[in-house]
Design a protein around this ligand. Structure first.
Ligand code: ZN
Length: 270
C-alpha cells in the first residue's frame, strides 16, 4: 500500500469516526434536553403535589363572608390579582340568586380570577346550633344550588357557619369542611364613615392592625367583602403581607389535600 493510500484511509477512518461521534453527541444532546424537560415537568408536578400537601414559606388564607357585593367584592378581587393572591368568598345564597340582591356577576368575576367560592348560608338569619334540621339543610343546599347556577364548574368544598356557630354533630356529619378563623379583623365593628361622611381612617387602620398585629403563617383571616372599609383595609393589608413575604391563598389552597369533609379547621393544622 502506498503512503498516499494509507494517508487517505486514515483520513476516511477519522471522518467516519467523527461522524459516528457527532451522531452520538447529537443523540445525547437531545436526550439531555428531554431529560431536562422531563425533570422540569417532574419538579413542577412534585411542587404541585407538595403545595397540595404543605404550602412552602409564609402563607395565610384570606376569607370574606356575607357577599357578594357587586362593587366591593370585585374591587377586592382586582386588588388580590395585583399580587397574584387568592381568597375564599363564603357567600350568602339569596345575594347570589337575586332573591334579596343580585350579586351573581360579582360571584362569577371573583371565581374567574381564580378565587374560591364557598357556602355561608342562604338567608344569613339563623344559627346552625339553633335551627332545625330541615332549615339547616335548606340553608346549605340552596346556597350550593345558587353558586352552581352561576359558576357550574366551581368545586364547592367548604362551609362557614353563620356567626361561627354549629353543633358538633352537624360538623361531623357535614358534607363540607367547616371553616372557622384564627384572626378576626372585626371589620363589621369598624364599618362606619366619619361624622362628616368622609372615609374614617381610624376605622380602616383599626381593621388593618387587628389583622397585622396577630397574623402568623398558617392563619385563616376573617373579613367581610360587603363593607367599603374592608376594601380600603384590604389594600393596606395585602401590601403589608406582601412586604413581609407572605403568600395569600384560598382556604383550599392553604389546607390542600388534608382538608376533610365533616372536620372543623380554624387554621392550617401543624
Ligand atoms: Zn356572616
Amino acid at each position: 500500500m502506498s503512503k498516499h493510500r494509507k494517508f487517505y484511509r486514515a483520513c476516511a477512518l477519522i471522518l467516519a469516526l467523527s461522524f459516528v461521534f457527532c451522531l452520538l453527541c447529537g443523540c445525547n444532546a437531545e436526550d439531555d434536553t428531554e431529560r431536562e424537560t422531563s425533570n422540569k415537568n417532574k419538579t413542577t408536578s412534585q411542587k404541585n403535589e407538595n403545595s397540595q400537601n404543605k404550602p412552602q414559606g409564609k402563607v395565610v388564607a384570606l376569607t370574606y363572608d356575607d357577599g357578594p357585593h357587586n362593587v366591593r367584592t370585585k374591587l377586592i378581587a382586582d386588588e388580590l390579582e395585583k399580587y397574584g393572591y387568592h381568597a375564599t368568598f363564603f357567600v350568602v345564597g339569596n345575594r347570589v340568586d337575586g332573591k334579596t340582591y343580585n350579586g351573581s356577576a360579582a360571584l362569577k368575576y371573583v371565581y374567574e380570577k381564580g378565587n374560591e367560592v364557598a357556602i355561608h348560608g342562604y338567608t344569613h338569619s339563623v344559627y346552625y346550633d339553633e335551627c332545625d334540621d330541615a332549615r339547616y339543610g335548606r340553608e346549605l343546599s340552596r346556597t350550593y344550588d345558587a353558586i352552581k347556577e352561576v359558576v357550574p364548574d366551581a368545586k364547592v368544598r367548604l362551609m362557614r357557619p353563620i356567626g361561627g356557630r354549629i353543633t358538633e354533630d352537624r360538623t361531623s356529619e357535614c358534607d363540607y369542611s367547616v371553616i372557622m378563623w384564627s384572626v378576626d379583623s372585626e371589620d363589621w365593628k369598624y364599618k362606619g364613615r366619619g361624622e362628616n361622611g368622609e372615609l374614617a381612617e381610624e376605622n380602616i387602620n383599626t381593621i388593618v392592625e387587628n389583622v397585622m398585629s396577630q397574623v402568623k403563617s398558617g392563619d385563616i383571616i376573617l373579613m367581610h367583602d360587603i363593607y367599603e372599609n374592608t376594601y380600603e383595609a384590604t389594600k393596606i393589608i395585602l401590601k403589608r403581607l406582601h412586604d413581609e413575604g407572605y403568600d395569600v391563598v384560598s382556604v383550599s389552597e392553604l389546607l390542600g389535600s388534608r382538608a376533610k369533609a365533616g372536620t372543623k379547621y380554624s387554621r392550617l393544622p401543624s
